[in-house]
Design a protein around this ligand. Structure first.
Ligand SMILES: [Zn+2]
Ligand SMILES: [Zn+2]
Length: 120
C-alpha cells in the first residue's frame, strides 16, 4: 500500500493544475467557439492538432474583461501574440519612432535634482 501516498500527491498536483487550466481556458474555449481558428495577424490557419499555438489576445490587455460577444478577444498565433505584446511594452516605455529621434532631454528625471543641487 506504499503507492497510495504517492498517488495522492499526484492527484493533488493534477487537481491544482486542472484548476489553473480551467481558469485560463474559460475565455479561450469561448473565443474558439466564436471565432474561426485563424491568426488575426498572419492569417495562419489552425486545426485541432496545432490549436495550442493559437492564443487569445485581449484587445484592451485586460484579462478580466471578457464580454460574451467576444469583442475584447482576438485570436493570434503565439508569434503574433508575442509581437503584439512586445509592441505594447515598447509603447508603454515611450519607444515610438518619433521619440527615438527626438533626443533624450525631454524627460530627464535628474534635471530637477541637478537644479536643486546647484542652488546650494
Ligand atoms: Zn500569426
Ligand atoms: Zn495578449
Amino acid at each position: 500500500m506504499k503507492t497510495i501516498n504517492h498517488n495522492r500527491l499526484d492527484q493533488v498536483v493534477l487537481d491544482a493544475r486542472k484548476a489553473a487550466d480551467t481558469r485560463a481556458e474559460g475565455y479561450r474555449e469561448r473565443a474558439l467557439k466564436i471565432y474561426p481558428w485563424i491568426c488575426g495577424r498572419c492569417a495562419r490557419e489552425f486545426t485541432v492538432t496545432n490549436l495550442r499555438e493559437l492564443t487569445v489576445h485581449h484587445r484592451d490587455h485586460n484579462h478580466d474583461n471578457n464580454p460574451n460577444d467576444g469583442s475584447n478577444w482576438e485570436l493570434l498565433c503565439i508569434y503574433c501574440h508575442d509581437n503584439e505584446h512586445q509592441k505594447q511594452i515598447e509603447a508603454d516605455r515611450g519607444y515610438t519612432d518619433s521619440s527615438k529621434r527626438g533626443g533624450s532631454a525631454t524627460h530627464n528625471p535628474f534635471a530637477a535634482l541637478q537644479s536643486l543641487l546647484k542652488k546650494d
